[in-house]
Design a binder for this molecule. Structure first.
Ligand SMILES: [Zn+2]
Length: 168
């Protein structure tokens, strides 16, 4: 493999995401989204959370059964935590991975005043970089989302799927 992708550079600690990991298990990590890294991380829209696979894997169809096992629960709980913490008009949950070349889900709040149109939101977010926030805002929002996410995961108690995934 050539140069490491952004997700793998974050995993290796070469890029620091404000707010840090708010969830981590054997296969998935959740942290605030970033849209570029030079010279320091340019943080995405406040409350945009990235759910990235720990393993460098380029395509959804290459995920293993183990990696897929609690993905639905996790995406649901991250989306609910984002909704509760940020009170958006809508929450997008999507997987692209084409630019980064690493499976990474995006859980993205759309706030009042943003276009209610996913093509414009994605264009503004990733190409025009219209909605970046400060590192402080990202850290604070990540902390708030983590508070809700911890409650949701804990509320599942000894849910076999979460337990199986080695939540820590
Ligand atoms: Zn990677």
């Amino acid at each position: 493999m050539g140069e490491k992708c952004l997700a793998c550079r974050i995993d290796a600690g070469e890029v620091v995401v404000p707010g840090g990991e708010i969830y981590s298990d054997d296969h998935w990590v959740v942290e605030h989204g970033v849209v570029s890294t030079a010279p320091v991380a340019l943080v995405s829209l406040k409350g945009h959370m990235a759910v990235r696979c720990r393993r460098h894997v380029e395509h959804f169809y290459l995920l293993t059964d183990e990696e897929l096992l609690n993905l639905g629960l996790l995406l649901h709980d991250v989306a609910e935590a984002v909704a509760r913490a940020t009170r958006p008009e809508h929450v997008y949950v999507f997987l692209s991975g084409e630019v980064m070349g690493h499976v990474c889900w995006h859980v993205l709040p759309r706030y009042v005043g943003m276009p209610a149109n996913q093509a414009d939101v994605l264009n503004g977010l990733f190409r025009l970089k219209t909605w970046v926030c400060s590192h402080d805002e990202a850290s604070k929002t990540s902390g708030e989302i983590k508070g809700f996410l911890d409650q949701l995961v804990a509320a599942r108690g000894n849910n076999e799927l979460y337990a199986h995934m080695g939540w820590r």
